[in-house]
Design a binder for this molecule. Structure first.
Ligand SMILES: NC(=O)CC(=O)C(=O)O
Length: 308
């Protein structure tokens, strides 16, 4: 059955994308300054889309979310409500890049009863420093692997409720989601069907799931959807409470790993080219072969994409 929902070409011109595998510590101000240095380094490679990792300005862990949380609404927040918002906006503007600003813990306080709700939130900025999109992690990281890792984000965080599609006028559309979201193929596929050329996931896998699933999931989402996938991790820090896997990577539409970092701090850069998407889709024409008569509900491609 022919699919008619995807505008082509999905990537209007080649673009370099950089993942900044950042080393962060407990000092937020130092983390923001360091992120600015590394974003400048990434932009100096010619990258026009730069990605930071999940929880790039704080340690990652349920105990840390409330202490590091910032207020983002109403938007724009003041610098004291959200120093990270303003630092990210300046990094995007100063380097003339699209910046997918990893994620930060966000706090929303209700006026009536002062109740606090926390989210794991990614902000994307344009080259002018304007906020383009906000993604709150939709699927919270709640797992328990005996002898491995137990983590329960839902003890502290609330989930977001939308698919985040970002239009970059010169290039096309990409989707932003966070870490555990990569395990859910539905979100990726609906984003692809809405015309994305790339799926970008700031993430922080760990030493149990990282070696098993990080690259596998990046390649799986790429081959499912025949587009680019970028996964951006913090650098590994064995003195921190959470040991990130690292291995930030970019995968092409045929599921080949184009670049992959090691464990330490590193910037990896790949050039994304629309022809590679078209060739993958021409050679293996999944999009024209889908059988929405057999599984019709996915074909609707309906999502909640309203900004908070
Ligand atoms: N940190 C995450 O959200 C996810 C993760 O580490 C995993 O899925 O494994």
């Amino acid at each position: 059955m022919a699919s008619s929902t995807t505008p082509r070409p999905v990537l209007k011109q080649p673009v370099k994308l950089a993942c900044v595998q950042l080393a962060s510590g407990p000092d937020k101000t130092a983390n923001l300054l360091h992120a600015a240095d590394k974003v400048r380094e990434a932009a100096a490679t010619g990258a026009k889309i730069v990605v930071l990792p999940e929880c790039f300005n704080s340690p990652y862990g349920c105990d840390h979310f409330p202490a590091y949380a910032e207020t983002l609404l109403p938007s724009p927040p003041t610098p004291s409500q959200s120093p990270s918002f303003h630092a990210l906006s300046a990094m995007a503007r100063d380097n003339n890049i699209y910046l997918i600003g990893g994620s930060i813990p966000e706090q929303v306080t209700t006026e009536e009863d002062e109740k606090k709700t926390y989210y794991n939130t990614s902000l994307t900025f344009s080259p002018t420093g304007a906020l383009l999109a906000t993604h709150r992690k939709v699927h919270l990281f709640d797992i328990s692997i005996p002898g491995g890792i137990t983590f329960r984000e839902s003890d502290v965080l609330s989930p977001g409720n939308k698919v985040t599609l970002v239009d970059l006028p010169e290039y096309g559309r990409l989707a932003v989601a966070i870490c555990y979201d990569v395990r859910f193929p539905e979100l990726a596929t609906v984003a692809a069907r809405r015309g994305c050329f790339a799926l970008v996931y700031p993430g922080a896998f760990n030493l149990t799931t990282g070696p098993l699933h990080w690259q596998l999931l990046g390649r799986a989402r790429a081959v499912d959807n025949q587009l680019y996938v970028a996964l951006c991790s913090p650098a590994r820090d064995l003195s921190a409470g959470y040991h990130a896997w690292g291995h930030s990577l970019v995968v092409d539409p045929m599921a080949q790993v184009m670049v992959e970092a090691g464990e330490g701090e590193e910037v990896v850069v790949a050039e994304l080219d629309g022809d590679r998407i078209e060739q993958a889709r021409k050679g293996i024409p999944l999009r024209d072969q889908r059988r929405f008569d057999v599984y019709p509900d996915v074909s609707q491609g309906k999502v909640n994409d309203e900004e908070p």
